[in-house]
Design a binder for this molecule. Structure first.
Ligand SMILES: *[C@@H]1O[C@H](CO)[C@@H](O)[C@H](O)[C@H]1NC(C)=O
Ligand SMILES: *[C@@H]1O[C@H](CO)[C@@H](O)[C@H](O)[C@H]1NC(C)=O
Ligand SMILES: *[C@@H]1O[C@H](CO)[C@@H](O)[C@H](O)[C@H]1NC(C)=O
Length: 331
């Protein structure tokens, strides 16, 4: 896969997007991935936070699952659409101890996770997840070893675990970094201070990718960070920030852009270091930002007061299905 092309296609599909569109990107004929291993935060948590801490309450789960589904979302997440379009089942969370089936992958994401060790207080005292990226990766390392021990033991549990050859062929997806920026801002760090931390955040990200590579991962699919300056929580917390033509807080979006630029450069360096790896940088920022600049083109109406409703447990751009028929979010 050519990374630039893939990014472009994904972007176009998000813009005009439907689930059919997603299937074209991840067509199971051209991309026979046997499994997905996902690392991230609320944007891609399919039950980790719910298993470890508290189950999200309705209307989470409302539009698709009909009940809270362990997602900070009322429908499916991008990672769910990805799994569907690869003809794979939804990913079980690694932390979920009930009725889990890991034969086609596992999800290590939890709501509120960061790349770096969180500096904000962790749950239940605070809001940060203790399962930051390095922990998610060491959980993966354990998972890889223990799942194979269980497979060798045979019986029913063996069928719930991936085959050994799955690990090298699987798609490794990442949607993390947003909370490293926002949690620092809510700890009253200035934008300049957060910008100064970006190289260290990105380095920690790279260390984890390298670690996964050494464990056999080869296909990396990395989402960049979202336009945080459009997030209701940012807009309400920093009301005096300069706005752009669509009402997003400019300096906060520039912060996200800065993170994304450094992430993109770092991944380019990694491609040179690991020629056997496929590393795709996915420009989710641009896709989501275009929902603001061209709301009607994308079939969305975003009433001004929607922002207040969107101010719901940091739940702004979590769901892939908010691009169409998303009743709770007006989209
Ligand atoms: C686990 O999921 C796989 C793939 O969907 C399925 O083939 C297998 O039967 C499942 N195992 C159990 C015990 O449900
Ligand atoms: C996995 O197994 C390898 C080989 O036995 C061992 O070196 C490594 O420490 C194990 N990793 C974990 C996380 O258990
Ligand atoms: C951040 O600053 C605000 C306003 O000065 C203050 O109310 C809040 O307690 C501060 N938060 C932290 C985590 O220091």
């Amino acid at each position: 896969m050519d990374p630039t092309t893939t990014t472009f296609i994904l972007l176009s599909l998000l813009l005009y997007g439907s689930t059919t569109g997603f299937s074209r990107v991840f067509s199971s004929e051209s991309c026979p991935f046997p499994a997905i291993f996902n690392f991230g935060a609320s944007n891609s948590d399919t039950g980790g936070f719910a298993a470890a801490f508290f189950q999200p309450k309705p209307p989470y789960g409302d539009t698709f699952f009909g009940m809270p589904s362990g997602r900070a979302c009322d429908g499916r997440l991008i990672v769910d659409f990805t799994a569907e379009s690869l003809d794979l089942p939804f990913l079980s969370s690694y932390l979920n101890s009930l009725a889990t089936n890991f034969s086609h992958g596992a999800n290590f994401a939890t709501v509120s996770s960061t790349i770096r060790l969180p500096t904000a207080d962790v749950i239940p005292q605070g809001q940060a997840s203790p399962f930051y990226l390095s922990l998610q990766c060491s959980q993966f390392a354990q998972f890889k070893n223990r799942s194979q021990i269980i497979r060798r033991q045979g019986g029913i549990y063996a069928s719930l675990m991936p085959r050994e050859e799955t690990f090298a062929k699987a798609l490794y997806t990442f949607d993390i970094g947003q909370n490293d920026l926002t949690q620092s801002l809510f700890l009253n760090m200035t934008i300049v201070q957060v910008i100064a931390a970006i190289p260290d955040i990105v380095n920690h990200f790279l260390d984890n990718i390298k670690n996964l590579y050494s464990l056999g991962a080869r296909l990396f699919w990395v989402y960049n960070t979202r336009p945080i300056g459009c997030f209701p929580q940012i807009l309400t917390s920093f009301p005096s920030a300069k706005k752009d033509s669509v009402g997003c807080a400019k300096p906060y979006n520039r912060l996200a852009q800065r993170f994304n630029a450094e992430l993109k450069n770092a991944l380019a360096r990694l491609r040179i270091e690991f020629p056997l790896a496929t590393i795709v940088y996915v420009d989710l920022y641009s896709a989501l930002y275009s929902l603001y600049t061209h709301p009607t083109k994308n079939g969305n109406k975003i009433p001004k007061d929607a922002i207040l409703l969107l101010f719901y447990f940091n739940l702004k751009f979590l769901c892939a299905n908010q691009y169409d028929r998303h009743k709770f979010f007006f989209f």
